[in-house]
Design a protein around this ligand. Structure first.
Ligand SMILES: Cc1cc2nc3c(=O)[nH]c(=O)nc-3n(C[C@H](O)[C@H](O)[C@H](O)COP(=O)(O)O)c2cc1C
Length: 335
């Protein structure tokens, strides 16, 4: 199954292997005029993704890209908060698509985990609760600020569409802003954005709607969904499955399963550590489910697909270690 194509939401992935979003190693390489502009992909970044696309994955989800400076996570991060960045992102998308891979751009807002030295402002969050492993008290967002961030996501998605990306992915995992709202550990709001799963997912669902109102209903929107906090009293698979169902009803194309405060790479985790979460979510939805995390061999990827626990397989660090992972997995499965 790993090397069969998958058609969904008007796209066709040539196989089930996905290069998940991974902040790349050379965002800051100076390579000519314009390359050092904040957030703009450098020629090195563009060449890197084109090269990776040529090595065979079905889908590339380009690393997290801020939608507003206030949501920037770290220096050197890509950003699509203004129209001037569109031409370089167009080169990035064209390079990936020219090699036969589907090109998706991940859009993010760091929220309460933001560093004022990077964002230029106080960290924003659902309530005055610092995220786990952080001491910074965020400023609770007003409804106006929530709507403003939704407009930033929508505008960035429209720019990604203009740049030729096949779709966008909303980052709602790893303790970033939208997953801070999903998690009962950090969201103690008493208004319509806090309390029930439906309320905690409202910011995310409204963001999907805001994007679709700018890009048109048919434009594919993936959601990277934090499926578990791994902490007592935190997000559960049940919450994640309910949220996934609401996202499907809102027209989302793919649920990309990862961790929330459990992080994307929990210490001492077994291979395929989010496969049980993906299997639960898959029971709740019909749209494709992507799972990433500790999957390193073709045989294991194939087994997850055969067992019906996911439809797409993300291979992150193993693909960083072996850029020709796809070729080697093919050889492994068809000796
Ligand atoms: C260097 C690096 C950068 C990453 N950057 C991002 C990112 O920009 N957005 C994101 O959602 N996850 C990011 N991740 C998490 C990966 O997408 C993936 O979920 C994680 O590495 C677990 O998968 P793996 O075991 O196949 O590596 C990053 C991981 C690594 C190693």
């Amino acid at each position: 199954m790993l090397f069969t194509s998958l058609s969904f939401a008007g796209l066709t992935a040539r196989n089930r292997v996905v290069m998940p979003p991974m902040a790349s190693v050379f965002p800051e390489v100076p390579d000519g005029e314009g390359s050092k502009k904040e957030g703009v992909p450098s020629q090195a970044t563009i060449a890197y993704y084109k090269d990776r696309a040529g090595r065979g994955p079905g889908i590339i989800i380009v690393e997290h890209t801020y939608v507003t400076l206030r949501g920037k996570a770290h220096e050197g991060q890509l950003g699509l908060d203004n129209d001037a960045a569109i031409p370089a992102f167009r080169e990035l998308a064209t390079g990936i698509r020219s090699q036969g891979a589907v090109a998706i751009l991940q859009l993010s807002h760091v929220g309460a985990k933001g560093n004022p030295d990077v964002t230029g402002g106080e960290p924003l969050g659902p309530t005055e609760t610092p995220p786990p492993r952080s001491e910074r008290v965020p400023t609770p967002m007003t409804e106006e600020q929530i709507e403003e961030v939704q407009r930033f996501f929508a505008a960035a998605a429209q720019r990604a569409q203009q740049a030729g990306f096949d779709g966008v992915e909303i980052h709602s995992a790893h303790g970033y802003l939208l997953s801070q709202f999903l998690s009962p550990l950090t969201n103690h709001r008493k208004d319509k954005y806090g309390g029930s799963v439906e309320n905690r997912a409202r910011f995310l669902l409204e963001t999907v709607a805001a994007i679709k109102s700018r890009t048109g209903d048919q434009y594919p929107v993936f959601v990277r969904l934090g499926s578990t906090d791994g902490i007592e009293g935190g997000l559960t698979y049940k919450d994640a499955a309910e949220t996934a169902k609401m996202l499907e009803d809102a027209g989302v194309a793919v649920i990309d399963v990862s961790g929330n405060y459990a992080s994307a790479r929990p210490a001492k985790a077994e291979p395929g550590y989010f496969v049980p979460a993906a299997a639960e979510i898959k029971k709740a939805v019909k749209i494709p489910v992507l799972v990433t995390g500790g999957i390193t061999t073709g045989a294991f990827a194939e087994q997850i697909l055969q067992e019906g626990k996911a439809d797409l397989i993300g291979v992150g660090r193993a693909m960083l270690r072996d850029p020709d992972w796809v070729t080697h997995a093919k050889q492994e499965l068809n000796p």
